[in-house]
Design a binder for this molecule. Structure first.
Ligand code: EPZ
Length: 427
């Protein structure tokens, strides 16, 4: 097991470069299955979720090569099965995109129920509803979703809840379905638009991605393409918050400022200076932070994936801040870990009340999920003393080279191997 060890209290200064968007990459890589020839995917983040989804594709028979640190060559023509590896699939949430891609290409798919961060029930009923609207039938037995369609025919898909995953999966299944498909109440995140742009670069006919109605005309075949993934909005936001929380001065490079608007606005509301450039933002803070209220919503609202990071920063803001989590049923599990560092937070249902304290004190804590792990890092960077963070595998799923990037900004952070209980006993 490994842990992060952080000597906190240092202001972050300097420049950091953002990688490709995780939640775009884990959809675009399975989408390559739909092509009839190889694809080159660029600006792929170096994270374990990408490695896992690539391994799952290789398990199906796809040929995948690393062209360089951030580019993949993927040849889907060597795929020989529509049955994904059970153990691998249950290791991540985004494995459900294999359902849409395999169904769209072969008319059948067998994929285990997905895993992923645990903040409540994570149903896939809307994914199934979308597939059935296109003529598919499904069974769910022994933890495996089996889906098939003799012929996929375009239709109307209404998503009762705005769902990123169901919107993506509906697009994947519909791009080659005969006729016209309309996805209503669609999610509008930047990664939704990125997937649509990727599919269109292969010859799909998708209009309206980024609005709440996506219109698709099925095409007979999709060809291989070269495509570069957009920068990661949440990775960028995480470094912006780390700079603000430590009272630093940081330039975050390789971003699309438009994707960061709501994060920028909230930081400015807290008294933090944010300067926007063409492909970068600069965050300047004196460490005196005003309280604020946050209500997470689907894009273009405040992103739920930035909620834990802001919570960590608000523990040392002036006054009482309030966070309403409107997307997930239980995304405050990290609060008990922040309390170990001296944070004063109470949670009532889906609302957290955060009373700012003068400073946090270091303590051993653990990551309870991906973004909660990022929140622990931000808290550790601010806390006085040496904070140790366990369960860092969660963080490494979504943040490429985070120790190196934080050290490049002046953070005193290292990654250390921990002795397992057995090893300690033997020692
Ligand atoms: C994606 O999860 C992201 N994961 C999540 O990011 C993110 O928090 C979430 O979208 C919301 O933005 C990936 O893209 C891999 P949803 P997803 O379907 O697709 C309900 C991270 O930190 N729902 O948009 O699983 C659901 O319960 C991760 O990078 C149904 O009811 O989220 C939730 O309340 C964590 N039925 C709401 O919709 C369904 O069939 C939004 O979920 C599907 C979803």
């Amino acid at each position: 097991m490994e842990k992060y060890v952080i000597n906190g209290g240092k202001r972050l200064n300097g420049e950091v470069s953002i990688g490709g968007a995780k939640n775009a990459a884990v959809a675009i890589i399975p989408a390559v299955i739909l092509a009839d020839s190889p694809c080159r995917i660029e600006n792929v983040p170096d994270i374990s979720d990408v490695a896992l989804i690539a391994n799952i594709l290789q398990g199906l028979g796809a040929t995948i090569k690393n062209i360089n640190k951030s580019s993949l060559y993927i040849d889907p023509t060597t795929i020989f099965t529509h049955i994904a590896n059970y153990e691998q699939v249950k290791g991540m949430r985004a494995s459900y995109y294999l359902l849409g891609a395999l169904l769209g290409k072969y008319g059948k798919a067998e994929v285990a129920m997905p895993g992923g961060c645990n903040f409540g029930v994570r149903p896939v009923d809307l994914h199934i509803k979308a597939f059935e609207a296109l003529g598919a039938t499904h069974t769910l037995k022994n933890g495996v979703i089996k889906i098939k369609a003799d012929k996929l025919v375009g239709g109307k898909i209404y998503l009762d809840v705005v769902s990123v995953g169901a919107t993506m999966n509906a697009m994947l299944a519909a791009v080659k379905a005969e006729g016209y498909t309309e996805i209503e109440n669609a999610a509008k995140e930047p990664h939704i638009v990125d997937l649509a742009n990727f599919l269109n670069s292969m010859g799909a006919n998708i209009k309206g991605a980024g609005t709440d109605t996506i219109k698709i005309r099925g095409v007979r075949s999709l060809k291989g393409t070269t495509y570069s993934i957009i920068p990661d909005q949440i990775e960028a936001g995480t470094y912006m918050v780390a700079a603000a929380a430590t009272g630093g001065n940081v330039v975050v490079n390789n971003v699309i400022p438009r994707h960061l608007e709501v994060i920028t606005a909230k930081l400015q509301e807290m008294g933090v200076s944010v300067e926007e450039y063409d492909e970068a933002v600069r965050v300047i803070s004196d460490g005196k932070l005003k309280k604020c209220t946050i209500k997470t919503m689907p894009h273009p609202g405040f992103p739920t994936d930035m909620q834990p990071q802001f919570a960590a920063m608000l523990t040392i803001a002036n006054g009482i801040s309030v966070i309403h989590e409107n997307v997930w049923e239980n995304r405050f599990q990290y609060v008990s870990e922040l309390a170990r560092l001296g944070a004063k937070i109470s949670v009532e249902g889906k609302v957290a009340f955060i009373e700012g304290v003068d400073h946090l004190e270091a303590a051993p804590v653990k990551a309870t999920d991906l973004r909660a792990g990022a929140a622990m890092l931000i808290a550790g960077l601010c806390a006085k003393g040496t904070t140790e963070i366990e369960n860092i595998g969660y963080v490494e799923r979504g943040y490429e080279n985070i120790v190196e990037k934080l050290r490049g900004l002046g953070a005193d952070i290292t990654k250390k191997r921990t002795m397992t209980t057995t090893q300690v006993v033997i020692a």
